[in-house]
Design a binder for this molecule. Structure first.
Ligand code: FE2
Length: 321
């Protein structure tokens, strides 16, 4: 049984619940599936709730203003792995919405409308839809359906697992009802011409039980292009240390670009690899990775040095480069 010091108790009320002292470091306790009684104790911090009332349209209140913005980031992805069949395929990606007290219904609906206005071929969702499993359910219930040519595919993040097993099952059911295909340690193949576009994502590395067998098996599929989209980039080092590329492109979220960062250094990192996967395009041992700043915020509705973003990525053959 853990006992909180009076100081830790005040901190836990203000910032995130619960926090306890582990050696010399303050740690956030993470809850797994099936720990419903404990998981229910998670709440958006009192401070976060209070700060959500700060207006987001006043530039003088810059950290709140920036957190309330949303930018489209557009990239061309040139690669020899891109075949003519999937040349100019357009992918929309967004992650870390964190719907709840710090992310309003209007902003959630606006996000989906912006993505649908892009008329993309595929929509990929990067996880952390709500602050908890239940607010994730609310997010999918109150927003319009995503529209795209080949469908919408989703991974799950650590916040999506902040609930009990029934709540998590409800989240998956609501997603499926909206025509979204969740991929948890599963792959999905879309045949386009003679090219097999393989989509794969794993269970969350922080809160779930990731299994990568289907990802490794996908490399054996002839004429394949493998799009890997884990919520957290922390799963990557055990994959990118392989000699031959395991995937052709990876899209990740989770780090929020630090959420508050100065000169490319985060004040607090949610990654155990600190700023190795802070934001943007990274290449590791022939593996190309994009880490998104995400859309929403966690703990507090503020951002510095890391603007909220969603993405349009267009695949291109090397003939265009
Ligand atoms: Fe997140």
């Amino acid at each position: 049984m853990f006992r909180l010091s009076p100081f830790s108790r005040i901190l836990s009320k203000l910032f995130i619940m619960p926090i306890w002292k582990n050696g010399s470091k303050l740690c956030i306790i993470h809850f797994g599936k099936g720990e419903s009684d404990i998981a229910k104790k998670y709440r958006t911090s009192l401070l976060g709730k209070l700060l959500s009332y700060v207006p987001k349209n006043i530039k003088l209140l810059y950290p709140f203003y920036l957190a309330g913005t949303l930018s489209l980031k557009e990239d061309f992805f040139y690669s020899k792995a891109v075949t003519r069949d999937i040349d100019k395929l357009r992918i929309a990606y967004c992650s870390d919405i964190h719907f709840g007290p710090m992310f309003s219904k209007d902003r959630a609906v606006d996000l989906i409308e912006r993505i649908n206005a892009l008329s993309t071929d595929i929509v990929i969702l990067g996880g952390d839809y709500g602050e908890t499993t239940n607010t994730g359910i609310d997010f999918f219930k109150i927003t319009p359906n995503f529209k795209s040519r080949y469908g919408c595919y989703a991974t799950i993040g650590n916040h999506d697992l902040w609930g009990n097993e029934d709540e998590f099952k409800n989240l998956l059911d609501v997603m499926k009802d909206k025509g979204i295909t969740p991929l948890i340690n599963e792959s999905y193949i879309i045949e386009i011409g003679s090219t097999k576009l393989v989509l794969f994502s794993n269970d969350d590395i922080k809160m779930g039980e990731p299994k990568l067998d289907k990802l490794y098996e996908a490399r054996e599929i002839p004429n394949s292009f493998i799009l890997f989209f884990p919520h957290s980039p922390d799963i990557l080092p055990e994959i990118t240390n392989k000699k031959a590329p395991v995937f052709d492109v990876a899209l990740c979220g989770h780090t929020h670009g630090g959420q508050v960062s100065f000169f490319g250094k985060s004040v607090f990192s949610s990654s155990k690899y600190k700023d190795r996967y802070l934001s943007g395009w990274i290449e590791e041992n022939g593996h190309r990775i994009m880490v998104s700043n995400g859309v929403g915020t966690s703990i507090m509705p503020v951002r510095i040095g890391s603007k909220p973003e969603y993405h349009l990525i267009e695949l291109r053959t090397l003939e265009h480069s």
